[in-house]
Design a protein around this ligand. Structure first.
Ligand SMILES: Cc1ncc(COP(=O)(O)O)c(C=O)c1O
Length: 381
């Protein structure tokens, strides 16, 4: 019998309290019982997003909310600026192009963050850009983009929306939607929200809702105006992923009890401990200059096949991490530290990497990474 540990940047582990509530017998979604649960979750989502705006609940993975942002806010031929610094930036670009937006790709080297000045220059070059699309954390490269600074630039332009994929940022670090002036903010259930995959969330401010009045792209399932109308009645337009919404109420209650500032502090500490552990082992970080706090990317050392190491960690040791995509496939490990992941999960991840590297013949001092992580993690107690 193997004990399993999940430290991938989504899905993340689900707390026992949420698992238990989701295991109760099914209830109907058009009932006062379900509406009461929905009403509580809807209010607590505003706390999570740090907004006064409605946060809509969609039954889809995060990409569904990304698609809804494009189809509900824009028209064919509208100009879009996409920050492409990894797989999820690329997804924004592909989505915009799929719907006929004239898309400018601002390509950023993988492992680096975009420079706000480059956004400003691109907006000055093309005054018709109606949407700037970015990730808070580009989880494929474990980079954090400077969302706050870019929001400052975009908010000066009445005809441009700032659309942020916060799928691995919301609940990870402080990203106050209203205070920073983010126009559209998105997340998904299987990351810092500690739920199984299947729910996506999107919030629009007044400026963004105005865009929905003129947007001409076709939409049906992801019709945000229709969802907003239903939200007022504590329901959704179509059958929602009801079990997940029941779990959502539970995890939001847990997050509120902990308090966002404490969650952010813990995540920062776990991220710093993970980075220090990896560099103490002599490994190179993927994003040393702008590291995200959702996950840490690290290059596997020369002579060790990252793909084989990852597989052995999962199948022999029982520790699931993530690898790299495209040209980083087989070359990196990604260790998540968000959601229901805590001190001793990080210790487990670091210890397993040390043991895995040793098993694959890498010359190193075992225990050095764990000790470095422990020093930092202890700050929390
Ligand atoms: C930053 C980011 N954006 C978008 C997505 C896509 O979300 P989903 O797989 O839920 O559609 C992910 C998922 O890993 C992500 O990490």
């Amino acid at each position: 019998m193997k004990k399993r540990y999940l430290l991938s940047p989504g899905p993340t582990p689900v707390p026992e309290a949420a698992l238990l509530t989701m295991a109760y017998p099914m209830i109907h979604h058009r009932t006062p019982q379900f509406s009461a649960i929905f009403a509580e979750a809807k209010e607590d989502l505003k706390y999570l997003f740090q907004t006064k705006n409605d946060v809509l609940i969609l039954s889809s993975s995060g990409t569904g909310a990304m698609e809804s942002a494009v189809t509900n806010l824009f028209s064919p031929g509208d100009h879009a600026l996409v920050v492409n610094g990894g797989k999820f930036g690329e997804r924004w670009g592909k989505l915009c192009e799929a719907y006929g937006l004239k898309t400018t790709w601002l390509n950023v080297e993988w492992g680096k963050a975009v420079k706000p000045k480059d956004i400003e220059d691109a907006l000055n070059k093309d005054k018709d850009i109606k949407g700037v699309f970015i990730q808070g954390n580009e989880s494929s490269t474990t980079v954090s983009h400077p969302v706050k600074e870019i929001a400052e630039i975009v908010k000066k332009r009445d005809n441009t929306l700032f659309v942020v994929d916060g799928i691995t940022a919301i609940g990870v670090y402080d990203m106050p939607m209203d205070k920073w002036g983010i126009d559209v903010l998105i997340t998904g259930s299987q990351k810092a929200l500690m739920l199984p995959p299947g729910l996506a969330f999107i919030s629009l401010n007044d400026k963004a809702w105005k865009f929905t009045e003129t947007a001409k792209l076709p939409r049906f399932y992801f019709d945000l105006k229709k969802e907003r109308k239903n939200l007022k009645d504590n329901t959704t337009a179509y059958t929602p992923a009801a079990s997940l919404i029941i779990g959502l109420k539970e995890v939001l209650k847990m997050m509120k009890a902990e308090g966002l500032p404490n969650i952010f502090k813990k995540n920062e500490r776990m991220a710093r401990a993970t980075r220090k552990a990896m560099t103490s082992l002599g490994l190179k970080l993927l994003a040393p200059d702008a590291p995200a706090e959702c996950a840490t990317g690290v290059f596997t050392p020369e002579g060790v096949d990252g793909g084989k190491l990852l597989k052995s960690l999962r199948d022999d040791f029982g520790v699931t991490l993530a690898g790299g995509q495209d040209h980083l496939k087989g070359k990196i490990l990604r260790i998540a530290h968000m959601g229901y992941i805590d001190t001793f999960d990080i210790i487990t991840a670091v210890a397993s990497i040390e043991m895995g590297l040793k098993k694959f013949g890498h010359k190193m001092e075992i225990g050095k990474g764990v000790a470095a992580a422990q020093e930092i993690l202890l700050e929390g107690y």
